[in-house]
Design a protein around this ligand. Structure first.
Ligand code: G3P
Ligand code: MG
Length: 370
């Protein structure tokens, strides 16, 4: 149903090309910059026989920092200019959720320290709490978690027990699966989104006044409904770092949460996913790509938001299940490199073409269009 596009050998076109680069496994390998990446990015930024800038975006399932910080990091690593609006991270399309949750409390899961909070603030969210802050407020919520650090008890929120959570946003890989899983479940099942606020339980205020009543495991039988929506930014189950075997990604946390939720309430977790190969991410990236292309002076003024007759999109990626599947589904050319997840053999998802590395991908595009 989602066959890759075909590029007959030696075929040429006068349309404008646009490139979408994956980062890990294409530009960076095991934390190190690939030399082919520096050369490829120099070419698309105009270091070519025609001094031609080729419109391009960076599209990664990584994140945990702001787009500005990521753009600055990429520019420093590759020695080319990179704008924040060229940088689409796993959580970048979640900006669109800010309209809905701007003035409501959200739980921000994943990312280092307060980075997740900073990312959401940048998107316009105003009421954000992290599991680490909740854990610091009351370590008995997950007694096996790391000892809360000084200064982690939130000061800018009224009362952790009285927060009516409207959504859970998983922004990046969890730094503390146990605490994060427990608190996500607590928020999902709380009738008003308030922690520990379950039918038949003493409120925290009553507990403080009259001493506490501990609920037995059967109390959980009363809570069978998911009260709060949850959004994941990256579906990758596995990813490759410097360790010889692939490591669990955010997708594995989602698998755990689904299994725990199912066992607890006998219902399927309802969730929404962003990140490659999800539709929402490609729709968002395509909007960005249009803006990037409209910066190009050679284009006809008649180019509208729905008109892709004047350009062809090439996605360069290393992960067949993410980059190649997503590009194929969206009608983009998919170029699979051998420098990351995929190395040799029959790819799990067939791309438009297999190339050795990102520089060959850019060469293929150049030869076809210029
Ligand atoms: O799974 C997280 C990340 O390492 C994947 O990054 O750039 O290959 O999409 P990327
Ligand atoms: Mg990759």
């Amino acid at each position: 149903a989602h066959a890759p596009t075909q590029i007959p050998p030696g075929s040429r076109t006068s349309k404008l090309p646009a490139l979408v680069f994956d980062i890990d496994g294409v530009l960076i390998q095991g934390g190190k910059v690939l030399p082919e990446a520096r050369r490829a990015l120099a070419v698309v930024n105009g270091d070519n026989p025609r001094n031609q800038y080729i419109p391009h975006l960076y599209l990664t399932n990584g994140g945990g920092v702001t787009e500005e910080a990521k753009a600055a990091e990429l520019a420093a690593k590759f020695g080319v200019p990179v704008r924040a609006d060229q940088t689409v991270l796993s959580h970048t399309p979640m900006q669109d959720l800010a309209m809905q949750f701007r003035d409501k409390w959200v739980l921000a899961v994943g990312a280092e320290g307060m980075n997740g909070k900073r990312v959401l603030e940048r998107y316009g969210f105003t009421k954000i709490v992290t599991p680490a802050e909740i854990h610091a407020w009351n370590p008995t919520i997950y007694p096996f978690g790391p000892t809360p650090q000084a200064g982690m008890v939130p000061t800018d929120i009224p009362d952790v027990t009285n927060i009516d959570f409207a959504a859970i946003l998983v922004l990046h890989d969890s730094r503390d699966w146990g605490t994060d899983l427990q608190i996500m479940v607590d928020v999902l099942r709380s009738p008003r989104g308030c922690l520990g606020d379950v039918p038949g339980a003493q409120s925290f205020a009553e507990q403080a006044k009259h001493g506490r009543r501990v609920m037995g495991p059967d109390a959980l039988d009363q809570i069978k409904t998911q009260h709060v929506p949850i959004y994941f930014s990256n579906p990758d189950f596995l990813w490759a770092n410097a360790f010889p075997m692939p490591r669990f990604g955010q997708g594995a946390l989602r698998t755990s949460l689904k299994a725990i939720w199912k066992e607890l309430v006998s219902q399927d977790l309802v969730y929404q996913s962003y990140g490659k190969p999800e539709y929402l991410t490609y729709a968002y990236a395509f909007r960005r790509l249009h803006k990037e292309i409209l910066r190009h002076p050679e284009l006809p003024a008649s180019l509208t938001n729905n008109d892709n007759e004047y350009f062809e999109v090439y996605a360069v990626g290393d992960n067949p299940h993410a980059d190649i599947l997503g590009a194929n589904r969206h009608g983009w050319h998919s170029l699979l490199v051998r420098t990351g997840v995929y190395q040799a053999g029959t790819p799990a998802v067939t791309p438009t073409a297999v190339v050795d590395h990102v520089e060959s991908a850019v060469q293929l595009v150049w030869d076809r269009h210029f």
